[in-house]
Ligand binder design. Sequence first.
Ligand SMILES: Nc1ncnc2c1ncn2[C@@H]1O[C@H](COP(=O)(O)OP(=O)(O)OP(=O)(O)O)[C@@H](O)[C@H]1O
Ligand SMILES: [Mg+2]
Length: 275
Amino acid sequence: MSEQHSPWDIRLEHLRVGYGNRIVLDNINAVIPGGKITVILGESGCGKSTLLRHIIGLSRPMEGHILYGGQDLFALPERQFRRIRRRFGVLFQDGALLGSLTLAENVGLPLSEHTSLSRSIIRSAALRTLALVGLEDFADYYPNELSGGMKKRGGLARAIVTEPPVLFCDEPTSGLDPINSAQMDQLLLDMRVAYPDMTIIVVSHDLASMERIADHVLVLREGHVAFAGSPDELQHSQDPYLRRFMDREASNEARIAATPTNPAVREALDAWLEG
Ligand SMILES: Nc1ncnc2c1ncn2[C@@H]1O[C@H](COP(=O)(O)OP(=O)(O)OP(=O)(O)O)[C@@H](O)[C@H]1O
Ligand SMILES: [Mg+2]
């Protein structure tokens, strides 16, 4: 079977997504290849998390289809819809560890919620997964005792404890320093060693991270797909927007034109500072 036909190929067809009457992305046509790492790039607010919510089945598209191995996610009978969603691991943008549970309990949560495994088996599965992300020594810490980067790694451990064939990560490196970002990327690359067939979809605006991990890249811009292809093709694109994006240049149109401070505000601030 050619890799173009992995059971976890995800196909987006004429997809329109948004909130209420507001369209965020329209006429999205793209293939996310199974068994690879796809990075979905785009500026803040362009709709990356929104797209992810729909691909994982949390929200129904306004129009169009999301096909998993040729099956339309939102046309599946309820039972099959739930079965397919069980195969997704998700690292949400904010990590979303529960503050009242220890790290090991958080990581074991998908197992304690969905299986009747004993507490000791769940704990050992959680510890094994924490070891994969380098946090085995922090199993009994609470989230507020962990750094931002550790919380992200904990969130990743929780996303992979069920060994899902498809892993979605929303901004795994945002808010991390360059060293922690590189470590998070290495962890995602390590996932392919631990789980070679895993399909990984990473939503990001981190170009350095994309360069390290991506097999395939989608760039979203102004509601549409501005690019789909390999990182190498993206590097060599001559499209003016993509060039600016890749060269990390601010566009002139986006410059903020601030009006001068109101003199009354300035005066009140001066009085406060001197008071
Ligand atoms: N729950 C919601 N209800 C209404 N509008 C929303 C909701 N969530 C997001 N939006 C809107 O959808 C648009 C896209 O937001 P989204 O969070 O998908 O962007 P993003 O690309 O993930 O941004 P970032 O890189 O900052 O995470 C924004 O204009 C936002 O205001
Ligand atoms: Mg987002």
